[in-house]
Design a protein around this ligand. Structure first.
Ligand SMILES: [Zn+2]
Ligand SMILES: [Zn+2]
Length: 122
């Protein structure tokens, strides 16, 4: 594993986003966890324990509920644009089973703060 990608900004702890596609998870077709990239610039996405995604490169940040997802399989399925989920259950599930805690160094307390933040957006 390469260096742990994480940082703290304004008291928010961010880890590089490494999850399976929550759209496919919702459809009962789990995929392999992967890193995600900002559609605007192709740069690495991070998730903070405030329940926001954050592109460290361009600085864009927004609540997880506002984001869409488009993995390679989603593109092949012919979706015209990124799929926005109407609840965050499968995002929370994807984060908790992705191995982010094991592989990136994120802790269980971080994970529970993320889950609480996502629950408040639903
Ligand atoms: Zn960006
Ligand atoms: Zn997908």
């Amino acid at each position: 594993m390469s260096a742990v990608k994480s940082f703290v900004k304004d008291n928010i702890e961010y880890y590089q986003l490494f999850i399976q596609c929550p759209v496919y998870l919702k459809e009962g077709r789990p995929t392999t966890p992967a890193y995600w990239y900002h559609s605007k610039d192709g740069k690495e996405m991070y998730i903070g324990d405030n329940g926001y995604y954050y592109c460290k490169d361009c600085g864009y940040t927004a609540p997880v509920i506002e984001w869409g997802y488009e993995c390679c399989d989603c593109k092949q399925a012919g979706h015209e644009k990124a799929v926005v989920l109407d609840d965050l259950k499968h995002v929370a599930e994807a984060v908790s089973i992705s191995g982010m805690v094991a592989t990136t160094g994120a802790g269980l307390k971080w994970l529970s703060r993320v889950a609480n933040a996502l629950a408040q957006q639903c």
